[in-house]
Design a protein around this ligand. Structure first.
Ligand code: GLU
Length: 286
């Protein structure tokens, strides 16, 4: 099977250096394998979307010579595929309606198993996947051997009460639909992986390999999220690209344009050099 990788930003703000790490590492990995690199915009959560951020993220990627090999997919156009997947889970009795509010959930310990804790209410329910006693294991190319009892987190939502598809469902469906063979992304998403693998199994879809990169953290050890103080990769992204390469174990990139820096990094990048690394501090000397 030929290598297909992807970068899947959410349009919740400008591209920040934490996301750039995932973009560059996934691009380098795909290029090293002679594979295909895709960009998919996870725009399935309009309430969290920041207007203009899809365009800004795509233009920042282009300015750094991170060009996808195929047209960009927008998850907002994939409604039919998510509905089909949901109907197949529903037909198999694998999902159930849930009317729990946050308060109900907190009172029940926050974890669902097999049924809703609340009586039906006069509003739309969310739909949860019955995870049963599934234990999902995989060999993560950065984080090492992983074994996750999905039941610990309880039955999770695949269709939200506000009729929006969950990230888990959309990601599992689209990674398979795009033929992704390896997912390279931040470690903040590692607890989503067993859920996505479980969904792929239940839907009869192939699961990709995974590599969860160390997370870029601020001085206090907090994740660099778009919602907090993450510095955006601004108009002149070259210094940010240079810092990103250093964080990926490649200091000393030539003082040149983005394409030349990436070309220089290509034969030097070694995903295995990140093995076991959980976090990279922003403040680490570069
Ligand atoms: N859209 C998700 C995020 O930006 C990442 C999804 C993924 O790589 O699976 O956090």
């Amino acid at each position: 099977m030929s290598y297909r990788g992807r970068f899947a930003p959410s349009p919740t703000g400008d591209l920040h250096e934490g996301s750039l790490l995932a973009a560059v590492a996934s691009w380098l990995r795909a290029r090293q394998q002679g594979g295909t690199w895709l960009v998919r915009v996870d725009d399935i959560d309009p309430p969290r979307e920041v207007p203009g951020s899809t365009a800004s993220i795509l233009s920042t990627l282009a300015s750094l010579a991170l060009h996808p090999d195929e047209p960009v997919w927008l998850q907002s156009t994939r409604e039919g595929a998510y509905r089909d997947a949901f109907q197949s889970l529903r037909a198999g009795g694998l999902v159930y309606e849930c009317w729990c509010s946050r308060a109900d959930l907190a009172a029940g310990g926050g974890v669902h198993h097999g049924s809703c804790l609340s009586p039906p209410r006069d509003r739309q329910p969310a739909w949860r996947l019955r995870v049963g006693d599934a234990v999902i294991a995989w060999h993560d190319l950065v984080a090492g051997r992983q074994t996750w009892p999905v039941a610990d987190g309880g039955d999770f939502v695949v269709l939200r009460a506000d009729r929006l598809w969950s990230y888990q469902l959309a990601c599992a469906v689209d990674d398979a639909a795009q033929g992704i063979s390896e997912v390279v992304r931040g470690r903040d998403l590692i607890d989503s992986t067993p859920r996505q693998i479980l969904l792929q199994r239940l839907l009869g879809l192939p699961a990709p390999a995974y590599a969860h990169l160390p997370l870029l953290v601020d001085a206090s050890g907090g994740k660099l999220a778009k919602s907090t103080r993450a510095p955006a990769v601004d108009a002149d992204g070259l210094p940010a690209l240079r810092r990103t390469l250093t964080r990926l174990g490649l200091p000393g990139a030539p003082d040149s344009d983005a394409a030349t820096m990436l070309c220089w990094a290509l034969p030097r990048f070694d995903l295995a050099s990140l093995t076991g690394k959980v976090a990279i501090h922003m403040a680490e000397p570069l």
